[in-house]
Design a protein around this ligand. Structure first.
Ligand SMILES: [Zn+2]
Length: 323
């Protein structure tokens, strides 16, 4: 384990300017989950009855110094924009795909920074000014399809994941977070660096500062006449709208009807949490535990609420109308 990496206030400020889109963030658990052995991410709450915590310079410094590990959201909900696009790849052949993307981005005069990861890597593109998530997504999806780089989702279990994963967020939504670069990955217990600079916090940040940033004009030039490939065109989820949930059938909601393959672990079935899966998490498929004895009881170890899980499977809990 490395020791005594110090993040100056300039480094923290630059990091925030490069990466932070909104106050909300996630934290990687310091201890592995007792059953899965994985380090999950959760949204930190203030002590007591407090609401959600907002990212501060002090928290970023602790992340960079390796004391804790944050996840960063891709979209600022007040503008539907992001300061960056991150392409996550972690399958066999992932690195070839990322290098291919990096090469062809360079042909477009877009400098992308390649970050190591536990498996594969993350490729980061920074915007001169925050760009519309929708436009970023149109550009990268079309580029990947043109290059024959597989994109996860739309029936493919393996492929790159493109953050932002949504065109826009509805009220109260967060979208997806990605591990904040340059911190310690709790699962691997090590720090992952960007390849193209010395393994030193100051030099890494200086490298990221120097990268040519993508301008809005350039981006709009790339996507002129292009649309989102239909198979990846995710409609914004409308959690606030009354979902067509018909209760009249009298049939009870059964979570087992809505999840994939389950395994028996002790007194529970274990499977992928639909809500985590929607967020691109729980890849090892073991966050959701369902009681074998009483399958009406289920819990997500990463902290998804029953409301979140029900919404994710398309059966939101009906809102009771007050008389
Ligand atoms: Zn979950």
């Amino acid at each position: 384990m490395e020791t005594a990496i110090r993040a100056t206030s300039e480094i923290v400020r630059d990091y925030s300017r490069l990466f932070v889109n909104r106050g909300a963030y996630t934290l990687q658990s310091l201890r592995p989950h007792p059953e899965s052995g994985r380090h999950c991410y959760f949204r930190p709450k203030a002590k007591g009855e407090g609401g959600e915590l907002s990212l501060t310079a002090a928290t970023i410094r602790r992340h960079l110094e390796g004391e804790l590990t944050i996840g960063l959201y891709a979209i600022n909900p007040s503008t539907q924009r992001s300061k960056w696009v991150a392409i996550d790849a972690d399958y066999a052949g992932a690195m070839e795909d990322l290098l291919k993307l990096q090469y062809f981005l360079q042909e477009d005069k877009v400098e992308a920074a390649l970050e190591m990861s536990k498996r594969g890597g993350h490729l980061w593109i920074f915007m001169e000014r925050p760009a519309l998530a929708r436009e970023c997504r149109i550009y990268i999806h079309n580029l990947a399809l043109k290059l024959g780089v597989r994109i996860r989702g739309a029936g493919l279990a393996e492929g790159i994941e493109i953050f932002p994963k949504h065109d826009e967020l509805g009220a109260g939504e967060f979208g997806n977070a990605i591990r904040g670069p340059l911190g310690i990955h709790r699962g691997a217990n090590r720090r992952y660096w960007f390849y193209a600079a010395d393994y030193d916090l100051g030099k890494q940040i200086a490298y990221l500062n120097r990268l040519r940033k993508l301008s809005e004009d350039q981006l709009q030039g790339f996507i002129t006449g292009k649309t989102m490939p239909p198979e990846f065109d995710r409609k914004p989820s409308s959690s606030d709208n009354a979902a067509p949930f018909v209760h009249a059938s009298g049939r009870e909601f059964r979570i087992l009807d809505h999840v994939g393959k389950v395994r028996k672990v002790g007194r529970n079935y274990v499977t992928q949490c639909p809500s985590c899966a929607e967020a691109g998490q729980d890849r090892s498929g073991d966050n959701l535990a369902i009681s074998i004895e009483d399958p009406r009881k289920y819990i997500c170890w990463a902290g998804c609420t029953k409301e979140m899980i029900r919404r994710a499977v398309g059966c939101p809990i009906p809102v009771r109308r007050s008389a």
